[in-house]
Design a protein around this ligand. Structure first.
Ligand code: BGC
Length: 256
């Protein structure tokens, strides 16, 4: 049974990786998908083809979520196309690696804007539109195991994801009375462009796999399955939670 039939979902950063996997899965479940991307349209067009191949429909919209005017254009484009947006997936994100003592202000600002400020104001506008149409809604944030777990060399990334954790908890309480649920998915190491460099480094991969009890990297579909659940009726009593999708990474500890 298509669990998202009749729904409209907006997925940020849907031109690659986890966002693309979520757009595809949502389409398989019957949702129409607004595919946000920034930069090159090729990936977003590929996502749109996947959505159509799944028997659904969608639109691609170029919008930089760090810019409030573009946030409005993105949401408004969805309303113009389909008259509603029921589900928001805050997926777009990035990381910058540097020892703490060498972090550049510009990199810090980029990480915070994309990972935290963007979701904050996109969610704000999404919720304003829901309230004015008096409709319930679903918010799913793709955070990371690093909303809770340390990652030396990635301090700004960890801070942004920790921020997403409190953002989700706070909104779950504030928006619950409006029948809007808010949950996070915390992926571990997933086969996506963000991990390209690591996946090409055999030594790093071997060390990482030692920490993953299920002994493989995840794939976007692993995350998308949980996102589909959190967007569906089956999770109607779930809010304020983080779902960890990491093959056991977070619980794993080795001496040597
Ligand atoms: C990061 C990856 C990392 C993974 C597990 C993710 O949030 O984006 O770079 O491999 O966490 O540590």
């Amino acid at each position: 049974m298509a669990t998202l039939a009749g729904k409209v979902a907006l997925v940020t950063g849907a031109g690659s990786g986890i966002g693309q996997g979520i757009a595809k899965k949502f389409a398989e479940e019957g949702a129409k998908v607004i595919i946000d991307y920034v930069g090159h349209p090729e990936g977003a067009n590929q996502t749109l083809e996947m959505v159509r191949a799944a028997g659904s429909e969608g639109i691609t919209v170029q919008a930089d979520i760090t810019d409030l005017a573009q946030i409005r254009q993105l949401v408004d484009a969805g309303y113009s196309a389909y008259g509603a947006i029921d589900i928001l997936v805050n997926n777009a994100g990035l990381e910058k690696e540097a020892p703490f003592t060498e972090v550049k202000e510009a990199d810090y600002d980029t990480v915070m804007s994309v990972n935290l400020k963007g979701p904050f104001f996109l969610t704000q506008y999404f919720v304003q539109k829901l309230l004015s149409s008096q409709k319930p809604g679903r918010i799913v944030n793709i955070s990371s195991v690093h909303e809770d777990m340390v990652f030396p060399g990635f301090a700004s990334y960890c801070i942004s994801k920790g921020g997403m954790r409190m953002f989700m908890r706070d909104l779950a309480v504030e928006l619950g009375p409006m029948n809007i649920t808010v949950n996070n998915i915390a992926p571990g190491a997933i086969e996506t462009p963000i991990n390209k460099r690591m996946m090409e480094n055999q030594g790093q991969m071997a060390a990482l796999l030692k920490n993953i009890p299920l002994n493989r990297l995840g794939n976007p579909g692993d995350v998308a399955n949980v996102a589909a659940f959190l967007a569906s009726e089956a999770s109607s009593y779930v809010t304020g939670s983080t779902y960890v999708v990491d093959g056991g990474l977070m619980r794993s500890y080795h001496e040597q």
